[in-house]
Design a protein around this ligand. Structure first.
Ligand code: ADP
Ligand code: MG
Length: 307
């Protein structure tokens, strides 16, 4: 494996922010670390980037043990939520910053920087101040600054949190394009399920400093390994160790009787609360399907699956 994390542990005083976390990534893979605030996502990235000292574990990148190296010797670049750009510098100065330490002549560095601006659709921006740019543009500058040093691994810590929904969607596409263009491996931290489902090859679900499940989006959703994963991803009807997703409740003439007790229009779909066997269940139907009213009788089929 290209990146191997073995038994990573980090304590702050007595709090174990990350405990015995192990996972790996193939070259060019995009792994998303997904979990609630405080579960240890940032701590994992900072450990891998070398910004904090770890209490235990190994980090192997492309065959080299790197956990004792200085951040600048790890061949890893990081993009932060807050972009971390130099506000008093121009776009090109920001983008080429990392080349200063790599014995580039100024002229060559500017050439490289201009190429990067082309790639990121920022042509003509070189002399603008970063403070004049929109959030999305600043984020692309931050990506350019990270990528220009040709890192083996790109770490992204909630990079889209400050962007509105439309921009988030286009930045996700941008990241996928960048992966293909630079053949780069990415570790992407988010608390947003949509981010993870849109771009990840595999998702790591974290809870209280530990990994709950590592899997594809499909498997995480369809075959959650723990109740935490089930509750964290999407919505589910849960009863004594069994669950059924709202869309898995089917209508059938030969099904069993249930009654509509609640209804909310959600746009592309309608969410119903139905009463069946003395319990309430959430069920969804697309908005172009037959619509039911409160108190309507419906006939349903469902399979409760074991968690
Ligand atoms: P996340 O990024 O998932 O929100 P963090 O990795 O930032 O979570 O934090 C994990 C845990 O470690 C939290 O309980 C947090 O309060 C704690 N923590 C993080 N950084 C520090 C620090 N510098 N000092 C003390 N505790 C910290
Ligand atoms: Mg964080």
């Amino acid at each position: 494996m290209f990146l191997n994390i073995k038994n990573l542990t980090k304590k702050y005083d007595k709090v174990e922010a990350v405990r015995n976390v192990s996972f790996s990534a193939e070259e060019k893979e995009i792994i998303c670390i997904l979990g609630p605030s405080g579960c240890g996502k940032t701590t994992i990235l900072q450990s891998i980037g070398g910004f904090i000292q770890i209490d235990g574990g190994e980090i192997i990148l492309d065959g080299n043990k790197i956990e004792n190296l200085e951040p600048e010797d790890r061949e890893i670049a990081t993009v932060f939520q807050s972009y971390g750009l130099f506000p008093h510098k121009t776009v090109i100065e920001n983008i080429t910053y990392g080349l200063k330490f790599r014995k580039y002549k100024k002229k060559d560095a500017i050439e490289e920087g201009k190429k990067m601006l082309e790639v990121l659709n920022l042509r003509g921006y070189e002399n603008k101040k970063v403070t004049e740019l929109s959030g999305g543009e600043q984020q692309r500058v931050a990506l350019g600054r990270a990528l220009i040093v040709k890192p083996k691994l790109l770490l992204l810590d909630e990079p889209f949190s400050n962007l509105d929904t439309k921009l988030r969607v286009s930045m996700r596409e941008e990241l996928l394009r960048i992966r293909d263009l630079f053949n780069i491996t990415m570790l992407f931290v988010t608390h947003d399920q949509e981010d993870a489902f849109s771009i990840a090859d595999r998702i790591i679900i974290m809870n209280k400093g530990q990994i709950e499940q590592i899997d594809t989006a499909r498997n995480i959703y369809l075959n959650p390994k723990t109740e935490f994963v089930l509750r964290f991803i999407g919505s589910a009807n849960i009863d004594k160790g069994y669950f059924v997703r709202p869309e898995a409740i089917r209508l059938s003439e030969n099904g069993e009787e249930a009654r509509v007790v609640g209804k909310t229009f959600k746009g592309s779909f309608i969410e119903y609360i139905i009463e069946y066997n003395g319990n309430n269940y959430k069920m969804i139907r697309l908005n172009n399907e037959e619509e039911y009213q409160i108190n309507d009788k419906i006939y349903i089929e469902m399979e409760m699956r074991e968690i």
